[in-house]
Write a protein that binds this ligand. Structure first.
Ligand code: G4P
Length: 528
């Protein structure tokens, strides 16, 4: 049996961050191909489409060309186990993405070589920076006419304030793209045209002066390569593992995901440089992955993943210990002990029952609503994992069932969706109406569709004349009571029963916070 320390050391849990269309799906597919997790290129998309066709809700996703549902893919390669967490690419779903990024130890940033750093890439990068998540960069689509590689490196450095250290260097681009020179191993890797499902083999060189280069490449391109590499070695710092792991330096790989080019080098880079599971912060202390006792936290809830079983899956990241099926874990928030009968591992092809799992792994725990985002599970110790915030929504609307008799059904749907993290739900003190809050406008449409198809309640969303919501905290309960007594009409409760102030406009919020200086009006709530 393998030891805990060995299993921790071989785990790499990461996500891919990118702007839509940069090539995340294509790269994911190629990475899985290496892991032998899928046989056919196209399987990720094909599977995605089959799933999308199943429900009306997914139609919204398909029409808009965005990926709402995120998943986890586990595969092995070169003696390592990779857990790749998919993040929704659209800005409307940033909160879900944020939470997913709390469960990774590193990220791969994919950049379209013709476009450079785009808006969504920058936003996701900022989220990674909050936790100093190390970033490996992949500049994609070199088979097309692209921007100058020096200019791209400069942009990464300037816009993200990150030191860049190229791990490979492209030889030409577009129709002149011949391959890359691997700067770390001094080898030449040439594109083999028409080999989409097979990685190109490297040709060992003794350095840039090796005559092999002159044999294999056109004279002008060899000259250009030598000049550029000399320049890049002079301009960019050497790769520094410490700096990378602190999130201040990124190694940059060039390639073309579509042509399966540069993907192996990228994967080997992640295997070699990216950190194994990191210690997990908790209120009481940091949790070391190599601790014997199992601890874990919920970073995402997804309802009704499989329309045939109307289940809810809690996505749980293991922080420490050797997890085994059937073990009993204490759910710290409720104090209840849960038996892990049917944990699920997310393999690329299908869901599979998890017999065991190790720190860094993600398991799915089917449940009926008792597990919530931010919850901690342990073998008994009172630990509360931190760092999984909930954001105040920027858009608020009132939701009503078209059939007034279905109010109860609506309540259940709204509460479940709130627990899943798909939206914020606030029940007004007066009139018990449901106010739903989201981060992006598109989410109202997705929610209406889901409530109708998954809960059989047609609903309408309407403007509520509200600007934003703030959680209210106070050191003095008497002061809080004075406030709530005086502001019944502006108050609601979230699905945990915590009080929330609903502001009608910016002035209303400012005036209220100024008038009640002893209270705190919070835009984020830590899920502890
Ligand atoms: P995303 O998940 O980041 O949104 O991007 P995705 O992989 O879906 O890629 C977006 C488009 O870019 C796709 O083309 C894909 O084929 C193309 N692409 C990805 N990698 C490369 C590359 O290395 N070179 C070139 N030339 N194209 C690449 P599409 O036409 O939108 O979709 P499809 O019809 O090809 O599936």
């Amino acid at each position: 049996m393998s030891s805990l320390a060995e299993e921790v050391a071989r785990r790499r849990t990461f996500a891919i961050i990118s702007h839509p269309d940069a090539g995340k799906t294509t790269l994911t597919e190629k990475l899985l191909l290496f892991g032998g997790a899928i046989q056919l290129a196209g399987a990720v998309k094909a599977r995605g489409q089959a799933r999308r066709a199943r429900s009306d809700w997914m139609k919204v996703e398909q029409e808009r060309g965005i990926s709402v549902a995120s998943s986890v893919m586990t595969y092995d390669y070169a003696g390592r186990t990779f857990n790749l967490l998919d993040t929704p690419g659209h800005e409307d779903f940033s909160e879900d993405t944020y939470r997913t990024l709390t469960a990774v130890d590193s990220a791969v940033m994919v950049i379209d070589a013709a476009k450079g750093i785009e808006e969504q890439t920058r936003k996701l990068f900022e989220v990674c920076r909050l936790r100093d998540v190390p970033i490996v960069t992949f500049v994609n689509k070199l088979d097309r006419e692209s921007r100058d590689p020096f200019e791209l490196l400069d942009e990464v450095e300037q816009t993200l304030a990150l030191d860049v250290s190229p791990a490979s260097w492209p030889i030409g681009m577009g129709s002149r793209f011949k391959g890359c020179y691997d700067l770390l191993r001094d080898q030449l890797i040439l594109v083999e045209r028409g080999s989409h499902d097979r990685p190109a083999e490297g040709i060992q060189c003794s350095g840039l002066d090796d005559p092999k280069l002159d044999e294999l490449l056109p004279a002008d391109q060899v000259r250009e390569l030598r000049e550029q590499v000399e320049m890049v070695r002079g301009l960019c710092p050497e790769f520094d593992l410490e700096a990378f792991r602190h999130g201040t330096m990124t190694p940059v790989f060039f390639g073309s995901a579509l042509n399966n080019f540069g993907v192996r080098e990228l994967l080997e880079g992640v295997a070699e440089f990216s950190p194994p599971p990191r210690p997990q912060p908790a209120v009481e202390r940091a949790i070391d992955p190599a601790e014997d006792k199992v601890s874990a936290f919920v970073f995402k809830i997804q309802a009704n993943m499989d329309p045939k079983h109307r289940d809810r899956i809690a996505f749980v990241r293991l922080s420490s210990g050797h997890f085994r099926r059937g073990m009993k874990l204490k759910h710290i928030r409720s104090g209840k002990v849960l038996t892990m009968h049917n944990p699920v591992l997310f393999l690329a092809r299908d869901r599979e029952t998890a017999e065991e799992a190790w720190p860094g792994d993600i398991i799915g725990i089917p449940n009926h609503g008792n597990l919530r985002i931010g919850d901690t599970l342990t073998e008994g110790e009172e630990l509360h994992v931190t760092g999984i915030p909930s954001f105040a929504p920027e858009l608020l609307q009132r939701v009503r069932p078209t059939d007034p008799m279905k109010m109860k059904h609506l309540s259940r749907a709204v509460e479940q969706l709130a627990e899943e993290g798909a939206a914020k739900a606030f029940k007004t003190r007066l009139g018990s109406q449901w106010i739903v809050g989201v981060v992006g406008a598109l989410q109202f449409e997705v929610l209406a569709d889901r409530i109708r198809t998954e809960y059989d309640v047609p609903v309408t969303f309407e403007t509520a004349g509200l600007h934003t919501a703030r959680w209210i905290a106070a050191d003095d309960p008497a002061e809080l009571k004075r406030f709530t007594d005086a502001h019944q009409g502006d108050l609601a409760e979230d699905h945990d029963g915590d009080p929330v102030f609903l502001a009608r406009n910016g002035w209303h919020l400012k005036h209220t916070t100024d008038t009640w200086p002893k209270l705190r009006f919070l835009a984020t709530k830590e899920q502890v």
